[in-house]
Design a protein around this ligand. Structure first.
Ligand code: GDP
Ligand code: GDP
Length: 456
């Protein structure tokens, strides 16, 4: 490294940063209008989680990456739903339940100017039951005169209320310090929670009506549902252990699939929140697509969510029994154009109705998990990079030729690489390197992350 002009400490820092595992998840929950979205915006430091004046505007985006005091975490915003036919208590409870389930820690936002309501008390009961660390945010404390309102919230029994003005930023730093304190080092859902050698975790995702519950019922019936839950893991009563191909798998968040809560409004929002929650808990996402229908923007959003979260991915084209020759032709064209971003994912053409090709699901999942865990030894990687750079050099820009000098794999699950370069490496060339890496080392069924460090 030193002879290539990189400081050894910088190299180590870059590898450590690129090698971070899955991030801990923080959920922001609370009644409507208490300021959840405003707080999320404040934390992520952008206007991305648009605060809508109109209630009930559904949003696709529910998770964001954030950082405080050098700690990175994922933020789940539950601000995008509306009171619905179930009534306010039930709907607050439903959205909070999804979010709490996916989270490692929770920020519970209460409007200090209103005080604790019955709905707030209901959420407190959920939080107690979940047993996750909670930071109580007493919001809308815009000035010192409102501090007394915040103190009233001790009555919720959640410990110290942190007086905050999400709107003006007052108190958010102190609250975030408490959040960092509350976040576990390793996300419990992804690694800490499962004993090594325990069942691998699968999320079955896809837009409504693609056949998720049919598929789940099919696999659970053909083989047998082992038990509903392992002793002592009552925290996730929504997960189901199913034996497939002689191996026990954990299907996460199945209650959300089976118990179809029919909501008039905000149903899309619930669906994306649930998908995000399931994906966070899983190692591999099986994305179901209705092969009989055109691939939709919603399908693509779900794919993007799974890719961004860095999970192993299998694509199952369901309802294969409904396809005629013509549809089959167009489906292939659509896959090429609409799903190019996951061209590397193993694919199965199944029918939950007839059971067609169900036996191909497990091998596809195993392939994806193997790709997800692949580690390339540094020597092999650099031999490959050296060959690549000399046979396909980066285009010359401004009289200079940026060059990849060396690289290393900083982590797995998914594979993460850091490349060290003599100058800016263009997007197109990065894509080319990724393509060649896949050709050389496989990585079937897994996103791969490549970061590039440029010598000063
Ligand atoms: P959500 O429904 O919980 O996501 O709430 P929003 O973030 O959409 O906020 C609801 C309303 O409360 C908006 O009009 C915000 O501008 C306002 N609000 C949010 N935080 C504060 C705050 O700290 N102080 C004051 N005065 N108003 C706030
Ligand atoms: P979910 O919303 O993704 O859980 O979808 P469901 O499992 O409820 O399925 C939606 C509809 O599609 C139901 O009417 C199912 O019977 C039907 N369906 C599911 N899988 C198949 C399949 O492989 N072939 C056919 N023809 N219909 C299916």
């Amino acid at each position: 490294a030193a002879e290539e002009g990189f400081d050894i400490d910088d190299v180590e820092d870059a590898i450590e940063e690129a090698g971070h595992g899955p991030l801990p998840v923080l959920a922001v929950v609370g009644r409507p209008n208490v300021g959840k979205s405003t707080l999320v915006n404040r934390i992520i430091g952008r206007r991305e989680a648009v605060v809508e004046d109109k209630p009930g505007v559904t949003r696709d985006r529910v998770t964001y990456e954030a950082e405080w005091a050098g700690r990175r975490f994922k933020l789940v915003d539950t601000g995008g739903w509306e009171q619905d036919v179930l009534g306010i208590d039930a709907s607050v409870a439903a959205q909070a339940e999804y979010a709490i389930d996916a989270a490692d820690a929770v920020v519970f936002v209460v409007d200090a100017t209103v005080g604790a309501t019955d709905t707030d008390a209901a959420v407190v009961r959920l939080l107690r039951k979940a047993g996750k660390p909670v930071v109580l945010c007493a919001n809308k404390v815009d000035g010192p005169s409102a501090e007394a309102d915040a103190a009233m919230l001790w009555s919720l029994g959640l410990g110290e209320p942190h007086p905050v003005s999400a709107l003006h930023g007052r108190g958010t730093g102190d609250m975030l310090d408490a959040v960092i304190e509350a976040l576990p080092d390793a996300p419990a859902q992804t690694f800490g929670g499962a004993a090594p050698g325990g069942p691998r975790r699968i999320a079955l995702i896809g837009r409504p009506n693609v056949g998720k519950s049919s598929l789940l019922n099919k696999v659970a019936r053909e083989d047998r549902v082992v038990v509903n839950e392992l002793a002592g893991t009552t925290r996730d009563p929504v997960d189901e252990l199913i034996e497939l191909g002689g191996v026990t798998w954990k299907f996460v968040d199945t209650a959300g699939i089976r118990k179809r809560v029919h909501l008039q409004q905000g149903a899309d929002y619930y669906a994306s929140l649930r998908t995000a929650a399931a994906v966070e808990k899983a190692e591999v996402a099986v994305i179901l697509i209705d092969a009989g229908e055109s691939i939709s923007v919603q399908d693509q959003r779900i794919v993007t969510m799974a890719v961004d979260s860095g999970r192993a991915i299998v694509v199952a084209y369901n309802k294969w029994d409904t396809l005629d020759e013509e549809r089959r032709y167009y489906l292939e064209r659509e896959i090429e154009t609409e799903l190019a971003q996951i061209a590397w994912a193993p694919r199965v053409n199944v029918s939950a109705a007839t059971g067609r090709h169900m036996e191909r699901l497990v091998p596809a999942i195993e392939t994806a998990l193997a790709g997800w865990e692949t580690r390339v030894p540094t020597g092999r990687l650099n031999a490959f990079l050296g060959e690549l750079v000399s046979s396909h050099p980066h285009p010359v820009r401004g009289g200079k030729q940026p060059r990849i000098l060396f690289g290393t794999q900083a982590g797995t699950k998914p594979p993460r690489f850091v490349l060290f370069a003599s100058g800016f490496i263009e997007h197109g060339y990065r894509r080319f390197v990724e393509r060649r890496l896949r050709e050389e080392f496989g990585f079937e069924g897994t996103p791969i992350k490549i970061s590039v460090r440029v010598r000063e």
